[in-house]
Design a protein around this ligand. Structure first.
Ligand SMILES: Nc1ncnc2c1ncn2[C@@H]1O[C@H](COP(=O)(O)OP(=O)(O)OP(=O)(O)O)[C@@H](O)[C@H]1O
Ligand code: SF4
Ligand SMILES: [Mg+2]
Length: 332
């Protein structure tokens, strides 16, 4: 609850002035698999402005990670990507491989959901973070080592000097992800895409990780795309929230507005399924994105569905200022 309140206080202030850092227009990321098309990200448009944290929420398989990977063009061979990804006004989809390498790690950092392959298995983790610190800060080696140890300590990696000397195989998945967070933060990027930063962490550690991400973003003015299942984490950190369902954005708005007055039945359902709100799960499950339902993709699970919902597909419409909803029968 404290987490939620903190976000509400910050939510209104930040997103006022700054310019657009990333603009995604009509992004489609489809995979071809065994003759079928998986519409993992389907016509998504959104903006992230300088210094803003945008929380991306949704159930498993709705396309959150694929959206994050699409921004950095880290997609497998069977993927087809269409639309526009404008980073500081430049089209990411037109960049050469060399330009992409420059962008990754320097301007945009991805802290992936499954970090196993992102660390060099043959190098001590401290040295890997140290390389990033030395590359991006004008520090002597001893100062850089202190900075790494400080980052490890902030991220609650026990016994930082010992951890410094560990190799990736000696760490759990959650620890590897925190090492990548340390590395990402050390790079001073313009945008951090962090995928499920609190997955598998206990409550205390969750708060620490949330605190560290928040401090980092506000101290350096870094923007963040925060991908999470956990509404309380998004509420604590994000200025705005985008809710995704079956490859589409179904609601997007300022965090306080979405939490206080969710306008899409799916968002309302996600909030009602939280332990603090009575723990009432949404009936049914997300559709297979190989064979999506006709009409509104949420209609088989929606208590407000009517004939129109089964026949027509709703567009994302602007309700007011900064609040968008994809529903024929908006909740009031
Ligand atoms: N390489 C691929 N080939 C085919 N389908 C894929 C591929 N990668 C992802 N998908 C599919 O795309 C959809 C979206 O996947 P994604 O990993 O983005 O979900 P998610 O929202 O991140 O889920 P979770 O919360 O479980 O991490 C899923 O149906 C997934 O099976
Ligand atoms: S369009 Fe209809 S089915 Fe879809 S969310 Fe709105 S009320 Fe429910
Ligand atoms: Mg994911």
């Amino acid at each position: 609850m404290v987490l939620v309140q903190t976000a509400m206080e910050n939510s209104e202030q930040k997103a006022k002035t700054a310019e657009t850092l990333l603009e995604i227009r009509n992004l489609k990321t489809y995979f071809k698999i065994n003759g079928s098309i998986v519409k993992a990200v389907d016509n998504v448009s959104l903006k992230i402005i300088n210094g803003e944290i945008l929380g991306l929420i949704g159930e498993t398989g709705c396309g959150k990670s694929v959206l994050g990977l699409s921004i950095l063009r880290l997609l497998p061979e069977n993927a087809k990507i269409e639309g526009n990804l404008l980073f500081r006004g430049k089209e990411i989809l037109s960049l050469s491989k060399a330009e992409m390498r420059k962008l990754r790690g320097k301007e945009i950092v991805l802290i992936p959901q499954n970090p196993s392959t992102s660390l060099n298995p043959l190098m001590q983790i401290g040295c890997q973070v140290l390389e990033a610190v030395i590359r991006h800060h004008n520090l002597k080696k001893s100062e850089a080592v202190s900075k790494v140890l400080d980052l490890f300590s902030k991220l609650k990696l026990q016994e930082p000097p010992r951890k410094f000397r560990d190799f990736p195989h000696q760490l759990s998945g959650g620890m590897k992800q925190r090492v990548l967070m340390a590395m990402g933060v050390a790079c001073n990027p313009k945008l951090i895409i962090v995928d499920e930063p609190t997955k598998g962490l206990d409550a205390v550690l969750r708060i620490e990780v949330v605190r560290m991400l928040k401090e980092t973003a506000s101290a350096a003015g870094t923007s963040m795309l925060l991908i999470t299942h956990d509404f309380s984490v998004a509420a604590a950190l994000a200025h705005r929230i985008a809710v995704m369902y079956a490859g589409e954005i179904v609601e997007m708005g300022k965090t306080a507005a979405v939490l206080r007055n969710p306008r899409h039945p799916y968002t309302a359902g996600l909030l009602n399924s939280l332990p603090g709100k009575g723990f009432n799960p949404i009936p049914g499950s997300s559709p297979s994105i190989i064979s999506l339902p006709e009409g509104c993709r949420f209609h088989p699970r929606c208590s407000r569905a009517n004939m129109k919902c089964t026949a027509s597909h709703p567009e994302l419409v602007k309700l007011n200022d900064d609040h968008f909803v994809r529903c024929f029968n908006v909740c009031f």
